[in-house]
Design a binder for this molecule. Sequence first.
Ligand code: CAP
Ligand code: MG
Length: 412
Amino acid sequence: MRSYSYMHIGEEIDLDAHVICKYRVTTDLPIEKAAEALAAEQSTGTWTGISTLDDDVFRNYGAKIIEIKGDIVVLAFPEEDFSIENGGIPQILSVIAGNLFGLEALHGVRLEDVEFSAGIRKKYGGPKFGADGLRKILDRPEKPLVGTIVKPKIGLSPKDTAKYVYEAGSGGLTNSKDDETLVDQSFCPIEDRTKAVAESLDRLKEEGHRMVHAVNVSTNGDRIIQLAEDAQSWGAKQIMVDVITCGFAAVQALAEDPAIKVPIHVHRTMHGAFTKDPLHGISMLPITKIVRMCGGDALHIGTLGTGKMTGGEGGDHYNLEACLKEDGGYRTVMPVCSGGVYPGVIGRLIQASGFNVQIQAGGGVAGHPGGVRKGAMGMCQAVDAAFAGIDAAAYAKDHPELKEALDKWGIK
Ligand code: CAP
Ligand code: MG
């Protein structure tokens, strides 16, 4: 039993039976008072003393302040505060990441990390495929996976999308995906697109190359399972869901649907609305942990300071670790490094990430002066160079597609 002294009473509590949350708090109040306000608001209390709260209720269900260090407050929520069977992640979030963000007395609160209790973790199955499963499907045991996001993100027809995917695959890419903004628009209906892309993937397979394309099925809650099953029946080898806009429950429902037999690529569009401010909101780390619990097989984690999106060394590293750490429970998640990636950043990116990642580029493929196939080749050559520990500029001497990419975008 991991135990901790409940600092305000001096009692020992069993940490494994609690959900432990780390908050960064910015306030003019004494930090202890702010911690009490947080603990009360999110469990048995409210803004004032109440006659209906007795000692037993407080003791059994009140959030416990277990540590205060600088601006970090650690709270432990008893497992009983959670409706494990029926509330799921939506109810959990309303406790650990609920009203507290709006408290007027606090200038800022950021949920930095969460550790779930053993009882909650048991209820979630984690990824069905995960990083290892994806590698197996692609027959790529060691090298980083290399992917693309079809660009332009909207506007291409099913036929043009399929052509893009075929060219990307024939240039060596292992993965491609729809953009998060594309689902079933009239210029590119999902059924036609999925069928056309499946033909490209089959053709590549006949030519000896394995590749998957993640079809974006992000839609309303009452339709997502059906759309994913339909996409699978139209030939999708991977499905994609936007976890913030659709919800964690959507990822879980897809992962737990026994009819869905393909991996789930999880995009995180909109996360910047609450992850970007270092003093307020929710860091990406809890998001990563919850996606892993819910069964996402691959998840965007950022580019470790090399691409176009905010994230930076510290934050993205935590996400990477949360995807890949052996935790005795769930399969590992394939971390996806994406957003402003091009061949000239891959050396630095892989140095920071290691080989167990999916590196993907939209503009960094489609923007190649020689077209999509050569763009894909340039990406793969950059990954091969980094995998072999060779400097990209040196490798480019014998690899014209990489050279053209480096000439256009440089090396970062
Ligand atoms: C990348 C991308 C992805 C971002 C999302 C885009 O395209 O398709 O959605 O990677 O960010 O729309 O920006 P490019 P993150 O390769 O052309 O930049 O991975 O940080 O969630
Ligand atoms: Mg995108």
